[in-house]
Ligand binder design. Structure first.
Ligand SMILES: [Zn+2]
Length: 1008
């Protein structure tokens, strides 16, 4: 619980949200010139800063964002930790940088301090004289900024420059102090609201877009305009306080001041002509810029807001023809209705180098013109731009918020479109796996970038949906508009939003905010006692259902208690706070059923205890259940009920002939109640051994009452085809990170297997002895430097016995009842070329006892051992479909020397398998035959002990095909082991007695 507590401490600074609010006053005056030869923007900057805080300041700090995109930065180091390579290896001139020089405060030179060195995304200057409340100062400097050629929220490619950041940007000083936050993969921006005046000098053919309005000069839109009959809305006169400029021969000169020339090297002879464009903006906390001489321009407007769209050659269909302008206008209209009027004169939507999107004031850099992306990024102009939260500390306030408003747009545009079921199931699944982190952690505190993303986007969005459920739609709409109206163009935080939500809804939302933003508590409500009775006539209702709602977990949400009666339905909300709470639901007719939260709005993880039903005699608490005919390939999974699939089965073995069965499998939420039961009857039809038998197989897996993150519990009991037994297995999976790094598995099992009818069994693999075996296993898989690696180890000890006594167990008087068994396996795969895949497997196994161990527990040379084969009805018994003279089937396992007889076993074995596969055909979205490959393989092994084969080896060629039917993906494999060093022991032994010859085998599994 350290994390959530820490988060609460860090993120809830005690502050009154409105009365004592202040923000610093900042004005930037920047002159900058683009040197395309060096890919850099060079500038001078004059920052005027007034201290509105009640504190005396001793320093001033700046963000140098572009220094993140270079080797050695914190960003690069975090990428390395999470195994991403982006900026870590970039060389000059590919990496990005920000440099500054000649920094003066009120004219006095100051020296740079790098508080986060070696990271240089923050620079600090101690003030020569402290700045008292109300005082102002001027900070001047020269700087240069270059984006990286690998794009990430910024970038350059050819002549396109996405200067998301360029100039040294003053760090915010607010009630929690200076926010000297390095730029890292997780977390975005936080800025002081400021006035920007930027005099830009660029090559004359550049088409330029930026935050603000071009008060002087030609941004190049006219020449790039695709709709020339629509006048371009420059909005040059929007700001009455903007300084006046005159344009003389492509250059802007400030009136009433000295014409200032930007310090640029004089243009070389024949160099392209240049132009200046002056940008001006007020009340924005960042100034962004992008340019590309190939940009196409389309303009439009929504109300008073000008829309500028800039796209690239080739985007005519996807962006052009009014597509992007209309979608931008639609987003503006929606957001105006959702929050209130847009605060700025224009919005620019441009096609950036990178995919995805990033938001800047008055500007969105988008990788596509999809409506969803435009709604989301433009939504950020409200939540983050105008309602300016600190994106490092409270990412949910921009990402979760914009996801939510985007979803509200989808819902309005297309009723029934609901992200909730998907979001809810995904996040609750992560909660159950113990992989969740709260929505409101400081970005650097998240486990990794993936967890940061899931938490602030997805869990953040969930928070708003739950708030909507809690306060209702009308209050939710009012909260949005009040919050916007009160806090626009200010810095916001959780406290600001919570105060508005509480005021509008009239509710105390402390518990809700604390739990849903700062915790990951599971929710489980259960129907307790239900008392149904007739009410007094004066109530006007005939029936009262008193329902006890039991809270089983720490998570709290108001719960809908529904009563379905014979002729009507009623619902009452319980508060959901107490551990036990009684609610009374009135109906006009006799209650039949009680259901808690049937719309699943509380995120109740266990919906199997939410139902109460009146039966003929007794009430039942059986969960809701849906039954279906199973097709084997796809299992149905429901979030709100148990699903149960029935599959009639038919197979064959030599003893009982045609065997008919009915299999049922259950599932809840894809993770619980994964039970399986099978009853089958061996009919003795088409059998030469005339056995008729009734069998059963039962498996209980992951009951809800044993919920434990990452732990799978399995219990099996069976009497199947001449064997009975039981198995108990626990397996724990641990995955420190969802998107990279190792997956660990630990297991323990107890297996009892007693053969009792040898008419089913291959005497070559089964001896007349029962075994009880306790085993431990551990394994790890990981991907490193392109290699998919795996290793696993098992160790087991067992007892072999018979009903007739240990000594005579198998007719082998020498049999030692105790045995030990261990295996070790290493696998490695890697793509050597895009279509060429190499794989290797090293295996060692030993089965040891005072005598030769019973056959079913020896180490198998060619593939799976008898206990593993038992799991497959087509392999488990003599004469089954895949165990016949003329069928050469390979089930992987053991030494995996695929060409050899599956009956070969020994006390020990080491084996090596190698395979190289070339994909000759692939259609990833296909079903059958979505990939076809040809392979060469070789297997070699050395057996130990009595039944030693000494050295065994095979080699050959094969064909592999991959398929997908429903949810099931599988491989078919056809191998031709052209070489077998001991042909007499080959599975396909009749084909040839030569070492080299044609033999074949097939499988429904990959080689390993
Ligand atoms: Zn976003």
């Amino acid at each position: 619980m350290l994390f959530p507590l820490l988060a609460v401490a860090l993120q809830l600074p005690a502050q009154a949200p409105s009365a004592s609010y202040w923000q610093q006053e900042v004005r930037y005056e920047i002159q900058a010139a683009l040197d395309e030869g060096r890919g850099a923007l060079t500038g001078t900057q004059r920052l005027w800063y007034r201290n509105h805080s009640p504190d005396t300041l001793d320093r001033i700090s700046f963000h140098l964002h572009l220094n993140a995109f270079r080797p050695g930065s914190r960003w690069s180091d975090l990428d390395s930790l999470e195994r991403r390579r982006r900026f870590n290896d970039l060389k000059d001139p590919d990496y990005g940088y920000n440099r500054l020089a000649h920094v003066r405060v009120n004219g006095q030179p100051v020296a740079a301090v790098w508080p986060l060195a070696p990271d240089s995304t923050i620079v600090r200057f101690m003030l020569p004289r402290r700045l008292a409340p109300g005082d102002s100062m001027v900070v001047e400097m020269e700087w240069e900024g270059r984006p990286s050629t690998v794009a990430r929220r910024q970038g350059r490619r050819g002549r396109q420059y996405d200067f998301a950041q360029s100039y040294p940007k003053v760090v915010v000083y607010d009630r929690s102090g200076w926010h000297e936050q390095p730029l890292e993969p997780a977390g975005e921006f936080y800025g002081e609201f400021a006035t920007y005046l930027v005099e830009l000098d660029v090559p004359a053919d550049q088409v330029v877009a930026a935050t603000g309005v071009p008060i002087c000069g030609d941004p190049g839109w006219e020449a790039a305009n695709r709709v020339p009959d629509r006048p371009i809305q420059y909005r040059r006169d929007y700001y009455p306080r903007a300084p006046a400029y005159s344009l003389i021969r492509n250059r802007c000169y400030r009136q009433g001041g000295e014409p200032r020339d930007i310090a640029l090297p004089p243009p070389a002879a024949g160099a392209a002509a240049r132009k200046s464009v002056v940008w001006y903006a007020e009340d924005v906390h960042h100034w962004a810029l992008s340019m590309n001489p190939e940009y196409r321009y389309e303009g439009s407007a929504w109300g008073n807001v000008a829309i500028h769209v800039l796209y690239r050659p080739g985007d005519e269909e996807s962006w052009g023809g009014g597509v992007a302008t209309q979608r931008t206008a639609r987003a503006l209209a929606w957001l105006d209705g959702f929050f209130g009027p847009f605060a700025w004169p224009q919005i620019t939507n441009l096609h950036r180098i990178e995919g995805g999107g990033t938001e800047f004031p008055m500007m969105i850099h988008d990788g596509s013109a999809s409506q969803g992306l435009i709604i989301h990024e433009l939504g950020h102009n409200y939540v983050m731009g105008i309602l300016a939260n600190n994106e490092w500390r409270e990412g949910w306030m921009d990402e979760g918020f914009s996801e939510f408003q985007g979803q509200m747009y989808e819902e309005a545009a297309q009723p029934g479109n609901d992200s909730w079921p998907w979001l809810e199931a995904r996040n609750t699944g992560l909660d159950l796996d113990g992989m969740s982190e709260p929505a409101s952690l400081v970005s650097g505190a998240y486990r990794d970038f993936t967890s940061y993303n899931i938490s602030i986007y997805s869990r953040g969005e969930l928070f708003f949906h739950q708030l909507r459920y809690l306060v209702g739609d009308p209050a939710m709409r009012q909260i949005m508009r009040t919050y916007y109206d009160r806090w626009k163009l200010k810095h916001v935080n959780e406290a600001a939003f919570k105060a508005v939500a509480e005021e509008v809804s009239g509710r105390d939302l402390s518990t809700f905010f604390a739990e849903k933003l700062h915790g990951t508590d599971l929710v489980d409500y259960k129907v307790g006692r239900v008392i149904v009775g007739r009410a007094l006539p004066q109530d006007g209702h005939e029936w009262h259902s008193r329902v006890e709602v039991i809270r089983q977990e720490t998570g709290r949400m108001p719960v809908e208690v529904w009563v379905f009666a014979a002729g009507d339905t009623a619902m009452v909300r319980s508060e959901g706070l107490a551990e036990r709470e009684w609610v009374t639901v009135r109906t006009r007719s006799k209650p039949k059923q009680v259901a808690l939260d049937p719309r699943l709005r509380t995120r109740d993880w266990n919906m199997l205890n939410n139902t109460w039903r009146q039966g003929w005699l007794f009430a039942s608490r059986e969960p809701k259940r849906s039954r279906y005919i199973d097709t084997w390939f796809s299992e149905r999974v429901r979030r709100d009920r148990l699903s149960e699939g029935f599959l009639p089965t038919v197979w064959y073995n030599a003893a009982a002939g045609i065997t008919l069965g009915l299999r049922s499998r259950e599932n809840y939420f894809g993770r619980f109640a994964q039970n399986l039961s099978l009853v089958s009857v061996g009919t003795s039809w088409e059998s030469d051994r005339d056995v008729s038998d009734a069998d059963f197989f039962l498996r209980f897996q992951n009951p809800t009452w044993l919920r434990s993150p990452g732990l799978r519990q399995t219990f099996e009991a069976y009497n199947v085809e001449g064997r009975f037994g039981a198995r108990l297995e626990l397996e724990r999976t641990r995955r420190p990170h969802l998107s990279f790094g190792p997956t660990h598995r630990y297991g323990a099992s107890l297996t009892w297997m007693q053969p009792d009818d040898f008419r089913y069994l291959d005497a070559g693999q089964w001896e007349n002895a029962a075994t009880v075996e306790f085993g431990l296993s551990a394994g790890v898989t990981d991907t490193q430097n392109g290699w998919a690696l795996g290793s696993s180890v098992t160790a087991a000890g067992g007892l072999a016995y018979s009903r007739r006594g240990l000594a005579t167990a198998t007719g082998r008087p020498d049999l030692d009842p105790f045995y030990g068994r261990g295996t070790l396996e290493f696998t490695a795969r890697r793509n050597l070329a895009p279509r060429l895949r190499f794989g290797a497997r090293l295996y060692g196994g030993v089965s040891t006892s005072g005598s030769l161990p019973v056959r079913q527990r020896q180490i198998y040379l060619a593939g799976a051992d008898p206990l593993q084969r038992f799991g497959n009805p087509f392999l488990r018994s003599d004469g089954a479909l895949l165990v016949r003279q003329d069928v050469n089937y390979h089930m992987t396992g053991g030494g995996n020397l695929r060409a050899f007889s599956p009956a070969l076993s020994s006390e020990g074995l080491v084996a090596l398998n190698l395979e190289m596969e070339h994909t000759v055909y692939a259609r990833p979205r296909g079903k059958l035959f979505n990939r076809i490959g040809v392979a060469v393989f070789g297997d070699a092994g050395h057996a130990l002990g009595e039944r030693s084969l000494d050295v065994a080896a095979d080699a050959g060629v094969g064909l592999r095909a991959e398929h997908r039917i429903g949810q099931t993906s599988f491989t078919t494999r056809f191998d031709v082991p052209l070489y077998v060093n001991r042909p007499a022991f080959a599975q396909d032994a009749n084909a040839t007695s030569e070492k080299v010859g044609f033999r074949w085998l097939f499988s429904f599994e990959p080689g390993w």
